[in-house]
Design a protein around this ligand. Structure first.
Ligand SMILES: [Zn+2]
Length: 490
């Protein structure tokens, strides 16, 4: 009777399991999209995923309005890291803590050269829109950790801590000092965190043999190649925010003038959008393309091989492709528009904020002249609200880049590490004076869809890529600050 009963239940249960298994096969699994993934410690990947999930729950949101920021979240996140990574906090000295940022130092008993600097940031951007899972829940589902900060960049912070904790547990001592800089306001420009660290480095007379911050991913989303590429960014675009404003007579909307304030502003925005800054090659982008030449589409490869004949065609192709366009030109896009108070009232003013990203070599000054020339006859007033110049280009032909690329191929065999341009901003722009090897790289394998979730809805990171990232950070430490061997050691 009991057996019959069990069998009676078991049949529908088995059917259900089979149906679920079939449904799960249709969902692309995160680990199925990680080509060439080396074997990794599954236990470790799971532990990192759990820790990242918890870290996401602290709502360290960098609202530009300071009254909206809840700094207890930063305090609690730091407390969580302390409790989860006790050996790091026992072994590394707390050097300097401006605001809610932290600078740690792992002191080598006998440094063999300049220290290295590893970086991440604790804050995130606000989470708006419709998310599949609540953005601060840290849900682990379908092979992913979901939530704000999963890619930018609590993943970096947790994986760095995991790598350090595991090395300390194995008795590792570095042969040069290792600094760990965690900013609390990167998403607002790092003025109270990274900038203060930079001031401290200057006071201490520090130089770093290598700086590693968040940056490009391992993805096929950035370059026109059909395989993932490790985008090790060696330069960062600059940023300018401009306010465009215009006034025109207001009044009753039933008697509109020939051109209202919104008309004039919209025309200005359209001119800027349809007449972008000219595209141009830099040595960096040319060298980048050479590195990935074997995987480029055949006609791009042909263009690249004969620059005299085809440079213009190649540049046009890059400028026309949304993935590569930001790599070859300064971009300008309206991000805030304001005008009007009621449906039947003509607005007397209209204004827009224009967010501009400058190519290395371009300047805010030149951009301002360009915008003014395009909009002068419309009576548009242009004010600079914020400007931060592009960085220089780190040395990507020296030993540090070669060692870095070797660490990439140790962990991600077959994936080329190419020098790239970072189109966003990072804390490391403040550290440029202290090293000629500032690399912006987040060692996580992503699809183009996942890549698009940074600062957007449904931000998520594949659990499998977390395991590999921890391996990568360990490898970087082992290559740049090899284990210190004492005389007595065998
Ligand atoms: Zn970031």
């Amino acid at each position: 009777m009991q057996l019959f009963y069990i069998a009676g239940v078991a049949v529908p249960v088995l059917l259900l399991i089979a149906a679920l298994a079939a449904a799960m096969r249709r969902v692309p699994r995160a680990d199925a999209v990680v080509p060439g993934m080396p074997g990794y410690d599954q236990e470790e990947a799971k532990r990192v995923a759990d820790n990242l999930s918890e870290a996401i729950r602290f709502q360290t949101v960098s609202f530009s309005d300071i009254t909206q920021r809840d700094f207890t979240q930063w305090v609690n996140l730091r407390g969580f890291l302390r409790s989860r990574y006790p050996k790091v906090h026992e072994t590394l000295a707390s050097e300097y803590t401006p605001g809610f940022s932290s600078l740690f130092r792992w002191v080598s008993p006998e440094p063999s050269g300049d220290p290295i600097l590893l970086c991440g940031h604790l804050d995130v951007v606000p989470a708006e829109g419709g998310w599949r899972h609540p953005p601060f829940e840290g849900r682990i589902e379908g092979g992913y950790v979901w939530g704000r900060g999963a890619l930018d960049c609590k993943n970096v912070v947790v994986c760095l801590f995991e790598a350090l904790e595991s090395l300390i547990t194995k008795g590792y001592t570095p042969s040069r000092d290792i600094y760990l800089a965690l900013g609390h306001d990167e998403e607002l420009g790092g003025g109270e965190g990274a900038k203060m660290f930079a001031r401290y480095f200057a006071q201490q007379g520090l130089r770093f043999s290598m700086v590693l911050d968040e940056g490009g991913f391992i993805s096929d989303a950035v370059f026109p190649v059909g395989k993932p590429v490790a985008d090790v960014c060696v330069a960062e675009k600059g940023m300018v925010n401009l306010r465009l404003s215009v006034s025109a007579p207001g009044g009753h909307s039933s008697r509109p003038p020939k051109r209202s304030a919104p008309d004039l502003l919209c025309e200005a925005i359209c001119r800027i959008g349809f007449q972008p800054r000219p595209a141009q090659f830099s040595d960096l982008i040319r060298d980048n393309l050479k590195e990935i030449a074997p995987w480029l589409e055949p006609d791009l490869r042909r263009y690249l091989a004969s620059p005299r004949l085809y440079d213009r065609k190649l540049l046009k192709r890059l400028a026309d492709d949304e993935r590569t366009s930001p790599l070859v030109r300064s971009t300008a896009v309206p991000t805030v528009l304001q005008s009007g108070v009621a449906p039947n009232v003509l607005p007397a003013t209209a204004e827009a904020i224009l967010n501009i990203r400058l190519l290395p070599g371009d300047s805010a000054e030149r951009t301002l002249r360009w915008i003014e020339a395009l909009t002068r006859d419309l009576g548009i007033r242009v004010d600079v609200l914020f400007e931060s110049p592009p960085t220089g280009v780190a040395n990507y032909k020296g030993a540090a880049f070669r060692d870095f690329a070797a660490a990439v191929s140790d962990v991600y065999p077959g994936i080329p590490a190419v020098p790239g341009l970072f189109c966003g901003g990072t804390d490391s722009r403040h550290y440029e004076p202290f090293s000629e090897a500032v690399f912006r790289f987040s060692p996580f394998i992503l699809t183009a869809d996942e890549h698009a979730t940074v600062h957007a809805e449904n931000e998520r990171v594949a659990v499998a890529s977390l395991g590999a990232a921890v391996q990568f950070y360990r490898r970087v430490i082992e290559r740049f600050a090899p284990r210190f061997e004492t005389e007595e050691a065998e």
